[in-house]
Design a protein around this ligand. Structure first.
Ligand SMILES: [Zn+2]
Length: 58
């Protein structure tokens, strides 16, 4: 029995990271495997217990 190998691959792969919250692919943060963008991170990041990085008096 021979198995045919298809070149087609699922969209999931390395290098293809997108915010799992809004879906954008800009400014993705992989902190704690959150896989979210900076915008969402600022919104839900605080709820999760993450403090703001640097930014004084933000
Ligand atoms: Zn987002």
């Amino acid at each position: 029995m021979k198995t045919q190998e298809k070149k087609f691959r699922p969209s999931a792969g390395k290098g293809n990271r997108t915010c799992r919250r809004c879906g954008t692919h800009r400014g993705i943060i992989r902190r704690a495997d959150l896989m979210i963008c900076r915008r969402c991170f600022r919104e839900i990041g605080e709820s999760l217990g993450f403090k703001k990085t640097g930014a004084r008096g933000g």
